[in-house]
Design a binder for this molecule. Sequence first.
Ligand code: NDP
Length: 398
Amino acid sequence: MSKIMIIGAGGVANVAAHKCAQRPSIFSEIIIATRTVSKALKIKARLDQKYSYNAYTAYLNADNLSEVVELINLHKPALVMNLALPYQDMVVMEACLITGVHYLDTANYEHPKVAKFEYKEQWALHEQFKEKGITALLGSGFDPGSTNAFVAFAAKNYFDEVQELNIVDINSASNGHRFSTNFSPEVNIREVTAPCRHYEDGEFIETPAFSMPSSIRCPDSLGVQTVYRMYHEELESLVLNFPSLKKASFWMSFSEDYLNHLTVIKNLGLDRLEPVEFKGQQIIPLEFLASLLPVPEEAARNTVGETYIAVIIKGLYQGRAREVTLSNRCRHEKAYQETDSQAISYTAGTSAMIGAKQILAGSWNKPGVYNVEQHDPEDFIQDMRTSGLDVDIKIKDA
Ligand code: NDP
């Protein structure tokens, strides 16, 4: 039985807290520490009501190292999940090193002023985590996270050699807003407007954002979806950990309306991160835009439809070409009914709980800094199936 601290009180934190509260024999106590305490109190009230699970709340600005260290020392959790924003990853990892507690996140570190996702700085802490005897699990959301476990599971069970990887992220949903984002607007817009990078023959190739549309046939009523190639952080660790991969790409669906809005945002410079002066005040255009968009938590209530996230792997098995697709479908309404959050937060928050469970009560308690695919995926996949995330596997042999 372990006490954990969740930093942040957005959609992903809300779902992770629900999922941990459903397993009190593993997660005996939860402290939800965040900047806006009223949001943590809302999560606590839901847990009290649904599970009679008494969580605690605390104020925390996770940009401030001494505050994080002080709060960890006060509550002494066994593991800290950073479910705030990627900007806080390094400070929280540093605090875990100082206090000697395990660390987990769902998105890799990004500098607040430079829109570039890279694992470099987090991986550089590997030896320090090892010496301290604590584990850091990076990117344990759905994508990254469960997608990495899918690749590891397929490589272990269905292939002699994995050669090509395509990750497809479809969100077929509506929430009544012409333009909204599914998680933190600022992080989301930065991610999708960044130049695309895919991996081919030993190097990452950069192309302009949205310059490579394609279509994919999805199961049942999802039909044919238009997807665009974009950069996503799991590609960086997956091509390192599976060096036989010759090509790896990530694809995401966007509606025409969403893309038109994004084009206007870019044309107007509203995605800029450099401050501009407005009536004697410095404002950052992207932060200003984020403040005008629907709050993801509010939009979640009215979201209908589903997510479909698939990992399609091609390679060789016993000398023959093989293609394996591992996928999950998650309905927004069902996710909301259980947790008061939509499917994107649901799939990410559930995967965060599963990652934490592997460290605290499974076999992933290995000192150092690791990505999900570096561990044995069997228990993680099994836990997905028993935690509300179905896993469909299709095998096609040539
Ligand atoms: P939200 O924007 O809904 O929530 C972020 C939360 O973090 C808010 O409660 C916010 O507080 C808090 N926060 C922000 N800055 C600080 C700070 N300095 N100190 C303390 N708390 C802070 O985001 P989501 O819940 O949707 O996403 C959370 C994380 O999960 C993000 O890093 C996102 O990139 C990642 N993610 C990963 C996915 C995956 O599949 N791997 C999928 C979806 C998200 P306040 O209310 O005061 O702003």
